[in-house]
Design a protein around this ligand. Structure first.
Ligand code: 4AD
Ligand code: MG
Length: 461
């Protein structure tokens, strides 16, 4: 009877010595015709299988090449090698998939991140991407766990929408109309009433508006899904398709919102330190000696909390030369955010009460008539990681703002209904999953924390 396959992680961590084992995985290296390093993605660590080459057919041995897929049966024994508890004494092996050694793009050496982006279909087989993708999974799980434990309901908001939540107009159109000869109205515009949904539709930039509808019934909800922005920003922090987590809470004011955001961020970082230790250790060793320390620092220190107005004063007094000059009313750039976090406060910062003119229509209008109850959380190395606010719950004030910004009130009738029927103070925020991953993994480009990045001029894989 054949034995069952074991994942390499299980063997390394608690495989019984002298047990007969069967593993399957991809060859990382094959040295001296004797030592196969093999990995199945269950852990950053490879397991070593020792081959006594005299026992095997030479043509079969020659098929053990970097990248080939193998199944190996043998005895688990204590390893004499450094840094590994166990190894396998190979008794039988079978090639499941050959890999041409000269053509396989991943050689056993360190490739540049730029090169690996050109082979996004294979890069999950590298140590770095294995670690990043396992952490991405663990982080997603930690996020669901956090909200589930707090009694939040996971609300699936639509991906195809007819409204522009952030009002920035950076949307990808969804249409089935003929691209060459679309039906036209009398005044020569595209006639969307003939389109699939009978109206103009786009990929969503945020699930917030629908999230608010959920919060006005279920009290505490969160969304966790892909969002899309057609902004032409080719930066290490922007993707055209990214994943966002958006909790929305009835009866929360801005202070409650800040408290939740801080507790949430600390909690998920702690989860990763506790549950992805090997991967974090690997990334710390390879990319950033301070990584683990930075993560621990965030958990153990209060975030600074200041108003936008105070932040501007600090930046103006800093004596620092910024590429974008600072004055009250400007939108903060990453350089300003990073100055506040890394140089001035030396810890994460929550900035509140931004000028209303640089924020979205739905934010709660403050009594000063100039600012809104916005809240951005700024992190070291990243800048903005969370954007959120208390929401304007007053019907008239909200309608006035929509008109001031020349948005179409009719587009938002269903959203406005929540302010007509049982309106309540409420708040929420959005965390960019990939921005959080940049922070946690120490990677420096957002293209390297998502399996298949979508950026301007790039959607190959
Ligand atoms: O600040 P933003 O635009 O806020 C919203 O969309 C609100 N509706 C959220 C809410 O209150 N429910 O985006 C939220 C976060 C940012 O702080 C950033 O982390 C991330 O989403 N983000 C991006 N991440 C990657 N690529 C982009 N192009 C991003 N744009 C925003
Ligand atoms: Mg923002």
């Amino acid at each position: 009877m054949s034995i069952e396959r074991t994942k390499i992680k299980d063997l390394i961590e608690h495989g019984e010595l002298n047990a007969k084992v069967l593993i399957k995985g991809w060859v990382r290296t094959f040295r001296s015709n004797r030592f196969i390093q093999i990995n199945d993605g269950s852990t950053i660590n490879n397991i070593q299988a020792v081959v006594d080459f005299e026992k095997f057919d030479e043509t079969e041995l020659r098929r053990i090449t970097t990248g080939a897929c193998l199944q190996i049966e043998g005895k688990l024994t204590e390893s004499m090698g450094k840094g590994q508890r166990v190894e396998i004494q190979t008794e039988r092996f079978e090639i499941l998939g050959d890999s041409h050694p000269d053509e396989y793009p991943l050689q056993p050496k360190k490739h540049s991140m730029e090169f690996l982006r050109t082979i996004a279909h294979l890069r999950p087989r590298t140590n770095t991407f294995g670690a990043v993708l396992r952490i991405r999974h663990a982080l997603s799980f930690a996020i669901h766990k956090y909200f589930n434990d707090k009694g939040f309901v996971y609300l699936h908001t639509p991906i195809i929408t007819g409204s522009d939540c952030e009002g920035a107009g950076e949307m990808f159109r969804v249409t089935t109309l003929d691209p060459v000869k679309p039906p036209l109205t009398k005044d020569g515009k595209v006639n969307y009433s003939e389109d699939f949904f009978g109206r103009e539709t786009n990929l969503t930039v945020s699930g917030q508006l629908e999230g608010e509808l959920g919060a006005m019934a279920l009290s505490d909800i969160y969304t966790f899904g892909p969002t899309f922005r057609a902004e032409n920003s080719n930066t290490p922090r922007h993707l055209a398709e990214f994943w966002m987590i958006e909790p929305e809470m009835a009866f929360y004011d801005l202070k409650d919102n800040m408290d939740l955001a801080e507790d949430f961020l600390k909690n998920i970082v702690r989860y990763i330190l506790e549950n992805s230790a090997h991967d974090i250790d690997f990334l710390t060793k390879m990319y950033d000696q301070d990584l683990k320390h930075t993560l621990e620092f965030v958990i153990n220190n209060d975030f600074a909390r200041i108003t936008y107005t105070e932040a501007i004063a600090i930046l103006e007094k800093s004596g620092q030369k910024f590429e974008y000059p600072v004055s009250w009313g400007v939108d903060l750039q990453t350089e300003h955010e990073r100055y506040l976090v890394e140089k001035h406060f030396r810890r994460p910062v929550i900035l509140i009460d931004y000028p209303k003119d640089i924020k979205a229509f739905y934010m709660k209008q403050n009594d000063d008539g100039k600012t809104v109850g916005a809240m951005d959380v700024l992190f070291p190395r990243i800048g903005e990681i969370i954007g959120g606010s208390q929401r304007e719950e007053n019907f008239e004030k909200l309608v006035n703002r929509i008109k001031e910004l020349n948005l179409k009130k009719e587009d938002f009738w269903w959203y406005l209904d929540t302010r007509r029927f049982g309106s309540a103070p409420h708040s929420g925020f959005g965390l960019g999953l990939e921005r959080m991953l940049l922070f946690i993994t120490g990677m420096s480009n957002i293209r390297d924390v998502i399996p298949f990045p979508r950026t301007p001029k790039n959607a190959e894989f």
